[in-house]
Design a binder for this molecule. Structure first.
Ligand code: SAH
Length: 368
C-alpha cells in the first residue's frame, strides 16, 4: 500500500472505509470538495485559465454583465423593492459579481437597492471574493450556507454551483437499485463498488423513465435541500433565482461524475481533494422540488439561447467598437465559447433555469 504518498484526505477516507466497510459516492464527493482542512475548494479551488477549470464568467466579462442586466430586469418585475438581497451561491473568484455590479450601474435605482450576500463555504475563495469586491460601494456580507441568510426580497444567482454539490449514485442490479460506494480493493486501492444490500426506497421515488433501467446502469440524484430552500425563499420573501449549470432537462440514466485538474479529466479516485469533482444537474428534479414549495419555473433553456436573448451579440459589438482592433477576435472567440452549440459546447450543455415567486409570469431570457 502506498501509505508514504497518501495525502491527509486520502488517509482519512481510507480510515472511514476501514471502519464502515465502504463510503457512498455522495460522501466521498463531499469530503473531496468541502472537507474543512483538505477539501479541494477549501484549500485551492483554482478557477480560471491559470487554474484547473474555467467557468463562463472567467471566459468573458460579457457573461457577468448580462447577468447584472438580467438581475435589474428581475428587480423591476418584482416591483422595484427599495432593498433587495442580491445573493450569489458559490461565487468562485467573485468575477461574475464584479461584472454584474458594474453593468447594473445603468439602472441606478436598482444598484442603490442592492445589499449583497455571498454564500461561500471556502475561506480561501472568500478571501479572493473580498479582494475582488474591495472597491465596490455596495454593502456585502458572507455566509457559509443559504440557510443563514436573513429574510427579505431577493435575487439569487448561481453559476456552476449545484454541480459541485454532492451527488448520490445508484446502480441497477438483478435485485434492484444499490447505492454506489467506494471500497478498498484487494490491491489496497480505492475502487467503485456497490452496497451489498439493495435500497428498496429508491423504487418508490425514482422518476418513471428510470424504472426500466438495465442492469449495470447508473442513476444520479441530489438531496432536495437547496431547491426547497430556494423555492421557499422566492415564494415567501418574494424574488427570483437564476441557476446556470451543466445538466440535463429530463431525469436520465448516466454516470456524469467527473474530476478535472489543470483543464484535463483525471481519475476521480486518484488523489482525493486535489481535483475538482462535479456531476451534472438534473434540472427536472430541481424544478419539481422548488415547484413543490409553490415556486414558478421558467425554462430551462440552453445557455446559448439565454445569452442571445439577453443580447450577447449587441454587447459584443459595443465592446468591439470600444476596443483596439486586434482585440475584436478575442471578443468573438469568447462569444463562441459561451454559445457554442456543439454537442459538448458550453452553449448546449449548460442550461439556465429560473425559479420565481408565482406572481412573476415572465422573465427575460425565458420568453416563449
Ligand atoms: N460561480 C463561480 C465558481 C464555480 S465553482 C464561477 O462560475 O466561476 C463552485 C463554487 O461553489 C466555489 O466557489 C465553491 O467554493 C463553492 N461551493 C462548493 N460547494 C459549496 C457548498 N456546499 N456551500 C457553499 N459554497 C460551495
Amino acid at each position: 500500500m502506498k501509505t508514504d504518498t497518501l495525502t491527509p484526505l486520502e488517509a482519512e477516507i481510507r480510515r472511514r472505509i476501514e471502519s464502515a466497510g465502504s463510503l457512498p459516492v455522495w460522501q466521498y464527493m463531499e469530503l473531496c470538495l468541502t472537507h474543512p482542512e483538505h477539501g479541494y475548494y477549501c484549500t485551492r479551488g483554482r478557477i480560471g485559465a491559470g487554474g484547473d477549470f474555467t467557468t463562463a464568467p472567467e471566459i468573458s466579462q460579457m457573461f457577468g454583465e448580462l447577468i447584472g442586466i438580467w438581475a435589474a430586469a428581475a428587480w423591476r418585475a418584482m416591483g422595484a423593492p427599495e432593498n433587495v438581497r442580491l445573493v450569489e451561491l458559490g461565487p468562485g473568484r467573485g468575477t461574475m459579481m464584479l461584472d454584474a455590479l458594474r453593468a447594473a450601474k445603468v439602472v441606478p435605482a436598482f444598484r442603490a437597492a442592492i445589499v449583497l450576500h455571498m454564500v461561500e463555504i471556502s475561506p480561501v475563495l472568500e478571501d479572493l471574493q473580498r479582494q475582488a469586491l474591495i472597491a465596490t460601494d455596495v454593502p456585502v456580507s458572507w455566509h457559509r450556507t443559504l440557510d443563514d441568510l436573513p429574510a427579505g426580497p431577493l435575487i439569487i444567482v448561481a453559476n456552476e454551483f449545484i454541480d459541485a454539490l454532492p451527488v448520490h449514485q445508484a446502480v441497477m442490479c438483478a435485485d434492484g437499485w444499490h447505492e454506489r460506494v467506494i471500497k478498498l480493493g484487494e490491491d489496497e486501492e480505492l475502487h467503485f463498488s456497490i452496497d451489498r444490500d439493495p435500497s428498496p426506497l429508491f423504487d418508490d421515488f425514482l422518476p418513471g423513465e428510470i424504472r426500466n433501467a438495465r442492469i449495470g446502469e447508473i442513476f444520479e440524484w441530489r438531496a432536495d435541500h437547496i431547491a426547497l430552500e430556494i423555492g421557499q425563499r422566492v415564494v415567501r420573501s418574494g424574488g427570483v433565482a437564476l441557476i446556470i449549470d451543466y445538466g440535463h432537462v429530463r431525469s436520465a440514466i448516466g454516470d456524469t461524475l467527473q474530476a478535472v485538474s489543470r483543464h484535463g479529466f483525471v481519475d476521480p479516485l486518484a488523489d482525493p481533494g486535489m481535483a475538482d469533482l462535479t456531476a451534472h444537474v438534473d434540472f427536472r428534479a430541481l424544478a419539481q422540488a422548488a415547484e413543490g414549495m409553490g415556486a414558478r419555473v421558467h425554462g430551462p433553456v440552453t445557455q446559448a439561447r439565454f445569452l442571445r436573448r439577453l443580447g450577447i451579440g449587441q454587447r459584443a459589438s459595443v465592446l468591439k467598437a470600444a476596443a483596439p482592433a486586434d482585440y475584436a477576435s478575442t471578443i468573438d472567440a469568447a462569444v463562441g465559447r459561451l454559445t457554442d452549440e456543439d454537442r459538448l459546447g458550453m452553449g448546449q450543455l449548460i442550461k439556465v433555469l429560473a425559479l420565481s415567486n408565482p406572481k412573476l409570469h415572465s422573465l427575460p431570457g425565458f420568453e416563449a
